[in-house]
Design a protein. Structure first.
Length: 475
C-alpha cells in the first residue's frame, strides 16, 4: 500500500468511526527519545480529519496534582467516534518516574497494575487501544541528537532532557521491557516500531492505526477483580429494619442538629486548611430522606467548599464516553467536598434491577467501583458511603403523603412506583452491593430512616466521625 492509498484509507476509516459512533480510539506513542514522535503526530493529524481528533502531550498541572492521578486521563478519554492521540501518556509518567527513581520498584509495579485495570475498563466500554513503543539504538540515538543539534532549524528539539534520556538509554530499555510485558493484553497489545526516517515512521504508525480502526480487538469479558469475600462488619438491611427507637421530639432534635452542624463546620474548615478532599455518596430507598439529609449537611458548610451532584439518567454526552467518566470528572480538588445524591452504585442497583445494564456490565462494575474507590483513598481523600433505609410500609406512607401534598408531589414519580413493585429484587441487589463493596476506608454506613429526625442526626454523626478519624490520622 503506497502512502497516498494509506492516507485515504485512514481518512475513510476515521470518518466511518465518526459516523457510526460505536467506539473511540486511543493511539499512544511512547518509548525512546528523538524517535520522531512529535513530527509523526503533526503529520498524522494533517492526514486525519482533525475535527474528530485530539492530541495530548501532558506536562505537570497544579489542577491535576490536586486530584487522584487517573483524573487527568479520564477527563481526556475521547468520545465515541473520535481519536485521541497521547504522546507518552500514562506510560511516560511511569517510565520516566521509575528511570529517575521517583517511583520505587514496588510503586512502579502498583502503577502497572493500575494501568492494566484502567485499560481493561476502557476496552470494555468500547475504547480501542493502540500502544506503540518507538525503538532506537543507543548509537543511532546519539548520532540523531548530534545531527539535530547542529541544524539551526531543528536544534530547538534538543535540550537537557533529551540528552538525559540518551544517558538513560539502557535503563529505559530495561524498564520498557518490564512495562510492556506487564501491560500486554489481547485488548491492549503492544507494537514495537523500529527507528526509521520520519516519513517511514509515519507510514508505520498510519498502518497500525488503520488496522486498529478496521479490525479492533475483542473487548475483555472481565476487567477488574472485585472483593472476593465479605469484609468484617458488612451492613445488613435486616439490622436497619430492626433499629426502631422512640420518635425524637422537635426540641431535642433541634438542639442535637445545631451541635452536629457546628461540629461539621469546624471539621470542614480544618479539612480545607489541610487540603484533604472528601467524597460523600448517598444511596438509599426511594423516599428515605436523602435530599433532607443532604440539606442538613450542606447547611453547615461554606458554599464555596462543596458541590452537590444529583446522579440520574446519563446525558447524551455521558453516553458517548465510558461509564466511569461521569464520576471521575466530578471528583473534588484537594480541600473540597463532593456530595453525590445517588452515585456510581446506580449500575449495580437500578441499572441492574431495571435491565438498563447487561449482566456483564453490572457484574464487571463491582471491580471497577472497587478500583475507583481505592484511587480516591490512595490520593489521601475521605470516602463516606451512606445508605438510607426505610421499611416497605414506611415508604408507602411517604409516597401517599407526597401524592396528597401539593408542594411535595414533584418528588413522586412513576419510576418510584415501578421501583416499589420490585422491592425484593432491590433488596437482593443492595445486600450483594454491601457484601462486595464494603472495604477498609470504603465502608458502608447503614442509616435507619423510619424516623427522619434521628436519621438526619445519624448522617451528621457518621460524617463527623469519619472526618475526625481522618484528621486524627493526619496529625
Amino acid at each position: 500500500m503506497n502512502t497516498e492509498t494509506l492516507r485515504y484509507r485512514l481518512l475513510d476509516a476515521q470518518l466511518a468511526l465518526a459516523r457510526e459512533k460505536q467506539r473511540s480510539v486511543i493511539l499512544l506513542l511512547t518509548g525512546h527519545a528523538v524517535t520522531h514522535k512529535g513530527e509523526v503526530v503533526n503529520r498524522l493529524n494533517h492526514w486525519l480529519e482533525n475535527r474528530h481528533t485530539e492530541v495530548h502531550a501532558l506536562g505537570p498541572s497544579s489542577e491535576e496534582h490536586s486530584r487522584p492521578y487517573w483524573w487527568r486521563y479520564w477527563r481526556r478519554v475521547p468520545d465515541r467516534g473520535r481519536v485521541g492521540i497521547f504522546i507518552h501518556g500514562w506510560y511516560g509518567d511511569a517510565l520516566f518516574a521509575r528511570a529517575e527513581r521517583r517511583l520505587s520498584p514496588g510503586a512502579f509495579q502498583d502503577r502497572l497494575a493500575e494501568i492494566h485495570a484502567f485499560e481493561a475498563e476502557l476496552a470494555a466500554e468500547g475504547v480501542v487501544l493502540l500502544k506503540l513503543w518507538n525503538d532506537i539504538g543507543r548509537r543511532e540515538q546519539r548520532r540523531h541528537l548530534a545531527e539535530l543539534q547542529q541544524d539551526p532549524a531543528r536544534a530547538w528539539q534538543v535540550g537537557p532532557s533529551e540528552w538525559q534520556r540518551h544517558g538513560q538509554h539502557a535503563v529505559i530499555e530495561a524498564i520498557g521491557r518490564t512495562l510492556r510485558d506487564d501491560t500486554e493484553a489481547p485488548h491492549a497489545p503492544w507494537q514495537r516500531l523500529p527507528y526509521r526516517p520520519a516519513g517511514e515512521q509515519l507510514t508505520q504508525v498510519g498502518r497500525a492505526l488503520l488496522a486498529a480502526m478496521e479490525h479492533p480487538p475483542e473487548p475483555p469479558k472481565a476487567t477488574l477483580r472485585a472483593l472476593a469475600e465479605e469484609a468484617p462488619g458488612v451492613p445488613s438491611l435486616d439490622r436497619a429494619d430492626a433499629a426502631v427507637e422512640e420518635r425524637l421530639d422537635k426540641a431535642a432534635y433541634r438542639e442535637r442538629l445545631a451541635h452536629g452542624q457546628a461540629r461539621l463546620a469546624n471539621n470542614a474548615r480544618e479539612l480545607a486548611r489541610r487540603r484533604i478532599p472528601v467524597v460523600i455518596a448517598f444511596e438509599g430507598h426511594d423516599a428515605a430522606g436523602k435530599g433532607g439529609s443532604i440539606h442538613r449537611v450542606t447547611a453547615a458548610l461554606d458554599a464555596r467548599q462543596y458541590r452537590v451532584y444529583r446522579i440520574g439518567a446519563p446525558s447524551d454526552e455521558e453516553l458517548a464516553l465510558p461509564w466511569g467518566w461521569r464520576f471521575w470528572r466530578r471528583l473534588p480538588a484537594d480541600g473540597r467536598i463532593a456530595i453525590f445524591d445517588r452515585s456510581w452504585y446506580g449500575r449495580v442497583l437500578v441499572e441492574r434491577v431495571e435491565g438498563l445494564a447487561s449482566d456483564a456490565q453490572w457484574q464487571r462494575a463491582f471491580g471497577e467501583i472497587h478500583h475507583f474507590e481505592q484511587q480516591l483513598l490512595a490520593h489521601g481523600g475521605v470516602l463516606i458511603k451512606l445508605f438510607l433505609a426505610i421499611d416497605k410500609h414506611e415508604q408507602l406512607k411517604r409516597f401517599e403523603d407526597r401524592a396528597a401534598t401539593p408542594h411535595k408531589r414533584h418528588k413522586l414519580t412513576d419510576e418510584d412506583w415501578r421501583n416499589r413493585e420490585r422491592w425484593d429484587d432491590y433488596q437482593r441487589a443492595i445486600d450483594e452491593m454491601f457484601a462486595r463493596t464494603h472495604a477498609p476506608g470504603a465502608e458502608w454506613s447503614l442509616i435507619a430512616c423510619d424516623d427522619k429526625r434521628r436519621a438526619r442526626l445519624a448522617v451528621l454523626e457518621q460524617v463527623n466521625e469519619r472526618l475526625e478519624a481522618r484528621l486524627a490520622s493526619a496529625v
